[in-house]
Write a protein that binds this ligand. Structure first.
Ligand SMILES: [Zn+2]
Length: 260
């Protein structure tokens, strides 16, 4: 598979060096993630296309660092088809809905849509079976963990199931939207699962000590946390609490405190 990695030119504390987008050139060129509409990104896509019109853009999920550039891409390549999982979005562009198992032509290969909710309810990965390459979106990040925004559609239960799905595909390489390519996929997934297990044990201990809020748990479990990251830690704790609630192992009280 021919492949060109292109930065979306949106560095920030949350996106790191900026999002990775991936262009598969050739017949019916396909771009994985739309970026944010930065002209330098669009110019880089145009240079890599070498005059061939862009056929498709697949957005891995409807977070702005992946999807907000769709309008700019459609303005530059008016014939392009914009694809994502059906999910309500306030948008100026018309999306073509993706479904689990869809196959999309991309250059000389075909990509399979793998629904992997958890980080976001509409999150998909794209799998290229011949080379066993997975375009991972925000499912995995080398040397980091993934935020599960429990107040905004994130689900830890779904995320752990999505990790198992991807492990079963046995990809040789994952190309993520943030950070470097991941070659030891199973080891990273196992580290993630172990990290969540440890966190769950800590949260169960905090619950056993009496009614607590997510913020109480953050203060107890995330010792020495940078205060700027506290909201993300609270989302992560809430994601664990909701999972425990789904399993009948935690109770949410009317005052917003949790017990076991
Ligand atoms: Zn995201």
């Amino acid at each position: 598979m021919d492949l060109v990695a292109l930065s979306a030119f949106n560095p920030s504390p949350l996106t790191g060096a900026g999002n990775n987008t991936y262009l598969i050139p050739g017949p019916e060129p396909l771009l994985v993630d739309a970026g944010v509409g930065d002209p330098r990104h669009l110019d880089a896509v145009a240079a890599a296309l070498d005059g061939v019109p862009l056929a498709r853009v697949v957005v891995t999920h409807n977070h702005s660092d992946h999807a907000s550039g769709a309008a700019a891409v459609a303005a530059r390549w008016p014939g392009v088809t914009l694809l994502k999982m059906p999910w309500p979005a306030r948008d100026r562009v018309a999306w073509t809905p993706l479904a689990e198992g869809d196959e999309l032509a991309a250059g000389d290969v075909r990509l399979r849509v793998v629904w992997t909710p958890g980080h976001a309810p509409d999150h998909v990965c794209l799998f290229e079976p011949a080379g066993r390459v997975l375009f991972g979106g925000d499912l995995l990040v080398q040397n980091d963990t993934v935020v599960i925004p429990a107040s905004h559609g994130g689900s830890l239960t779904q995320y752990l199931a999505s990790l198992e799905r991807v492990r079963a595909l046995a990809p040789s390489r994952v190309l993520p939207a943030h950070g470097p390519a991941i070659d030891d996929v199973v080891a990273l997934i196992e580290r993630y699962v172990e990290h969540r297990r440890q966190r769950e044990r800590q949260i169960l201990r905090a619950l056993a000590s009496g009614p607590v809020t997510p913020a109480d748990i953050v203060a107890r479990v995330y010792v020495g946390l940078n205060p700027a990251l506290e909201p993300f830690a609270r989302e992560s704790v809430l994601a664990h609490l909701v999972k425990l609630e789904e399993e009948g192992r935690a109770i949410r009280n009317e005052d917003g405190k949790w017990t076991c």
